[in-house]
Design a protein. Structure first.
Length: 409
């Protein structure tokens, strides 16, 4: 039996198999004109799809077929991320896609819905990563202790990790929009909240002035080869990669300035010496006396190492090297930092927390946040202010005591 006659403006809608079908002439992103079909169980469903498709076609190019998310993401990694972004960013995005995004959304079309994205994010937030990635199962049988034994350890992703994963997918879909493969980026509408947890800012570890001084004195007294590196982290808020990537000629002892423009990172099994991540990170900073003295000492140590190594010396052009002139492994620097914390008897914090300690100590000296922003080489004042507002318990106690005294009750 023939279907109902078409209504005005309905276009080519006609009975097809067990339902109806229709098409619209579109222009593809490559500039070709072709028909694109829509299908549905009844005329009303097809008409709604036809109207939407017609509107999309009137607004600009329309893709004739929607790829699945997984192949698109891997293509985006190879063609866009790898050539244009930092190697560490590429490696991080690849891990996010392979471990978290593709297993949950990979078989979905590129134009998956907001609801599908939200359900995936909700599930990711409450998924134990030890279970999902088989971490406990990879341990020796006699060392298994949780998930593989049916005792889930609830190793959930942090709120920051969830946001970073969402950010990766959002960036990929933004590029898909630029290629006219999508009309909107659904990940901008997906909310992130870690399961069973209120959204709280994590408490950061930091040292007091006395603890930082104790750490540096301990290193100086023991003639620690990394003493100068520790000074640059704590007194000049340098990042670990920036310290280890300093060229020997980055120091101007006459002008007492330090040119920060490179970093050393291990990415994908390779040790890379490259420019810093952003233009804001590049800076020529004046060296305080403690840093200038420490750098001069480091140069003397380096020359002594070169003479002692003789023909075994492998010149790499960096200020901080091994005794044979090769670059310092970032992991080895971390281990040396941890051992020094233990030997100095100060709370164990990370190298990055040592950098943050510098910012917090400057804030307690009432240094203006704009000055701290320059020292830390932040591109965004908001990031600086998050650190600027972190003050010690002792400073808080003094402030409350002053308030109490002023009230005079």
């Amino acid at each position: 039996m023939a279907g109902k006659a078409r209504e005005n403006g309905e276009g080519s809608i006609f009975p097809y198999k067990n339902g109806f079908a229709a098409y619209v002439w579109i222009t593809t992103p490559s500039g070709k004109r072709k028909r694109k079909w829509v299908y549905g169980p009844d005329r009303e469903t097809v008409h709604a799809k036809w109207v939407k498709l017609q509107n999309d076609a009137n607004e600009g190019p329309v893709t004739s077929s929607v790829p699945k998310l997984a192949p698109y993401l891997y293509g985006w990694l190879d063609d866009i991320v790898k050539p244009s972004l930092a190697p560490l960013t590429h490696k991080t995005y690849e891990t996010f896609i392979r471990v978290h995004i593709v297993p949950g959304l990979g078989e979905k079309p590129l134009n998956f819905t907001v609801r599908e994205g939200q359900l995936w994010m909700n599930k990711l937030a409450r998924t134990c990563q030890c279970c999902a990635q088989g971490k406990d199962a990879r341990r020796a049988e006699d060392k298994r202790r949780c998930c593989s034994l049916g005792k889930c350890c609830q190793e959930l992703l942090s709120l920051r990790s969830l946001n970073d994963i969402r950010g990766c997918l959002r960036s990929a879909l933004t590029h898909a929009m630029a290629e006219d493969l999508l009309k909107k980026n659904v990940m901008t509408l997906v909310k992130v909240k870690r399961a069973g947890e209120r959204r709280r800012k994590p408490k950061r570890n930091r040292w007091s002035t006395e603890q930082a001084k104790t750490f540096l004195v301990s290193a100086r007294q023991d003639d620690d080869p990394f003493y100068a590196a520790y000074v640059l982290v704590i007194a000049m808020a340098m990042r670990k990669g920036e310290v280890l990537g300093l060229p020997e000629d980055a120091v101007d002892e006459i002008e007492q300035v330090l040119d920060i423009a490179y970093q050393l990172q291990r990415v994908g099994g390779k040790l890379l010496h490259r420019e810093t991540k952003t233009a804001a990170s590049d800076e020529t900073l004046p060296m305080p006396p403690i840093a200038a003295t420490a750098v001069r000492l480091r140069r003397k140590q380096r020359e002594a190492d070169r003479v002692e190594a003789d023909i075994a010396w492998q010149e790499c052009g960096l200020l901080f090297t091994t005794r044979h002139g090769t670059p310092i492994e970032p992991r080895n620097f971390n281990r040396s930092w941890d051992r020094r914390c233990e030997k100095a008897g100060v709370p164990k914090i990370t190298v990055h927390d040592g950098r943050r300690s510098c910012a917090s100590l400057l804030a307690e000296l009432n240094v203006h946040p704009r000055v701290i922003m320059r020292i830390l080489r932040h591109a965004n004042m908001k990031v600086t202010m998050e650190i600027y507002t972190e003050v010690s318990d002792e400073s808080t106690r003094k402030a409350l005591q002053q308030l109490s005294e002023s009230l005079g009750i």
